[in-house]
Design a protein. Structure first.
Length: 216
């Protein structure tokens, strides 16, 4: 389902005493994870439609879900970024994730998103991805981002293109055909749309150490 066109509002990163780092948008809060959050994420990671272009529709096991959440806790602690936990402001429930992590053994950080099915088609993934990318190129200071998707995942590819990522190559992994999109910091900073420019670094925001470059 295509996303509804809109012009969301954004605020800078900030630290909350009980929540850690958060990024604010008009409708969403992108925040850090706690290990116990895996139970709230479980309904999303076990939904066959959400997992359609991730695992061919196979639900993740509880161990996979726990491991994913624990990886985000560790990544944020070590690198100052992660695949942020997404909450809808209106309901304050976990509706997915959006942010930067690493795809398999790829050396470049990868931006990605999952969204609970009932929130599809509202422009929320795009809204979250703009905020996450601004933070990655601004506060964190990353130099390059990639994003990987199956060719048939048209909705995600459209979001990548809205963000300014360009098709870099097609490749196969474990027999699955994939597309890799990419954008560099200089390309991102030169975009005309001010919402897709990196926010200036805010030393008061804290949020963990800066990026150490490549790999994890």
């Amino acid at each position: 389902m295509s996303e509804v066109a809109r012009t969301p509002q954004f605020w800078g990163p900030r630290l909350l005493h009980n929540e850690g780092m958060i990024l604010d948008t008009e409708r969403l809060i992108l925040g850090t994870w706690k290990s116990s959050d895996w139970t709230e994420f479980r309904p999303i990671a076990t939904d066959a439609e959400v997992m359609r272009y991730i695992s061919g529709g196979a639900p993740w096991t509880d161990d996979q879900i726990r491991n994913f959440v624990d990886r985000q806790v560790k990544l944020y602690s070590e690198r100052g970024f992660c695949r942020w936990k997404l909450r809808a402001k209106a309901l304050e429930e976990v509706i997915g994730f959006c942010g930067v992590g690493f795809w398999r053994d790829a050396p470049d950080p990868e931006i990605g998103w999952w969204l609970a099915r009932r929130y599809w088609g509202r422009g929320l993934a795009t809204e979250a991805a703009i905020a996450a990318m601004r933070d990655a190129f601004g506060r964190v200071g990353l130099e390059r981002l990639i994003s990987v998707a199956r060719p048939e995942n048209i909705a995600s590819i459209r979001i990548m293109e809205k963000l300014g990522l360009k098709l870099e190559c097609a490749f196969e992994n474990e027999g699955v055909r994939l597309l890799r999109y990419a954008i560099g910091r200089s390309e991102y900073s030169s975009r005309a749309d001010p919402l897709t420019r990196p926010a200036p670094a805010d030393k008061s925001a804290g949020g963990g150490p800066p990026s150490h470059g490549r790999g994890l």
